[in-house]
Design a protein around this ligand. Structure first.
Ligand code: ADP
Ligand code: MG
Length: 312
């Protein structure tokens, strides 16, 4: 018997117990209902992943479920919001039970880790397209925006840079002695929610690195109407990424590759001591517009253009 839309939702997506205090009504009615605690704003974001554009056809569905949720939670993290719930719009070419079981496992496992409720969605037939809307809470007027960086602020980031980019190179054929970590970073990004929460009242601006450091820091510069200089020697590069650069000479990769989902943020010098966590200072905000790189004693201009869907 063919599986109906309703039973598909019941079987794969409506199994969870709701954990978030904001969830009053989850999957099943025409809308979900949320109640918001006083003193908080609702942070709302949505991201779509299209087969052949954002992921390769045949991608492991469990990793896909994880990554789809992770990229959305990363947007909440970059604003300093605590995720509470998500909706999921699925467009599926066929109903494949094995695929759905693995996809929902990857998605719901990460959701549970962060106490995020799946409270609704939509299910349609068509080319494989996955959309999440993620909702989070942020204390009123405390959200970390792109627009707050000032000349003299120090630029920091969480984690390492370029591992996901290396993972993609490996998938495309680059031979790496220890590929597992880089592949894992590409396939299963870890949204930096705790880091984002810890930056409230500390960071002057924040963004998540989805399109590459140069492009995403570029957004902070544009919104804040400032410039920046990044220090090559300070960039947190894993041994694998360093080996890749040594072998290929492609030092641009960690600056331009996307998918790291680390946070890049700015802090005024008088707040630096309030930073709680393992962050790396990578540069400084300057009043002269544009993005620059200090490397081997020279300062050079960096392009800060990211991936553009409509111009190829
Ligand atoms: P409607 O026709 O009113 O849009 P649907 O039949 O599309 O209702 O959905 C029924 C319920 O299942 C709704 O609560 C909806 O939010 C939820 N739902 C549909 N698809 C999904 C999905 N992929 N993941 C989670 N919830 C879903
Ligand atoms: Mg519907």
């Amino acid at each position: 018997m063919p599986i109906t839309e309703f039973s598909l939702i019941q079987q794969y997506f409506a199994r969870q117990k709701y954990k978030s205090r904001t969830t009053c009504l989850g999957i099943g009615d025409d809308c979900a209902l949320l109640s918001l605690p006083e003193g908080y704003q609702l942070a709302v974001t949505t991201d779509t992943m299209v087969e052949g554009v954002h992921f390769f056809a045949g991608t492991n569905p469990e990793q896909l479920g994880h990554k789809l949720l992770a990229v959305n939670l990363s947007d909440l993290a970059s604003m300093g919001a605590r995720p509470v719930s998500v909706t999921l719009a699925l467009t599926l070419p066929t109903v494949n039970a094995e695929w759905l079981a693995a996809f929902s496992k990857g998605f719901l496992t990460l959701a549970e880790q962060h106490n995020v409720d799946l409270i609704g969605g939509d299910t349609t037939a068509g080319p494989l397209t996955l959309t999440v809307q993620a909702l989070g809470l942020v204390p009123e007027h405390k959200a970390l925006l792109r627009s707050g960086a000032k000349a003299g602020d120090l630029i920091y980031m969480t984690g390492d840079l370029g591992d996901a980019g290396l993972g993609l190179k490996i998938i495309l054929g680059y031979l790496c002695k220890q590929p597992d970590d880089a592949l894992n970073r590409f396939n299963r990004p870890d949204p930096q929610i705790d880091a984002g929460l810890s930056l409230i009242d500390v960071a002057s601006a924040c963004i998540d690195i989805s399109d590459g450091l140069a492009a995403d820091l570029g957004h902070i510069l544009e919104h804040s109407q400032v410039g920046a200089c990044i220090d090559w020697e300070c960039l947190p590069l894993s041994d694998s990424v360093q080996n890749y650069i040594d072998e290929t000479g492609d030092w641009n990769m960690p600056l331009t590759a996307g998918d790291d989902y680390q946070l890049c943020f700015t802090v005024s010098p008088d707040k630096v001591e309030q930073l709680k966590g393992k962050f790396t200072q990578i540069g400084i905000i300057e009043s002269t517009p544009g993005l620059r790189l200090r490397k081997s004693g020279n300062v050079q201009a960096l392009m800060s253009k990211g991936y553009e869907h409509f111009y190829k």
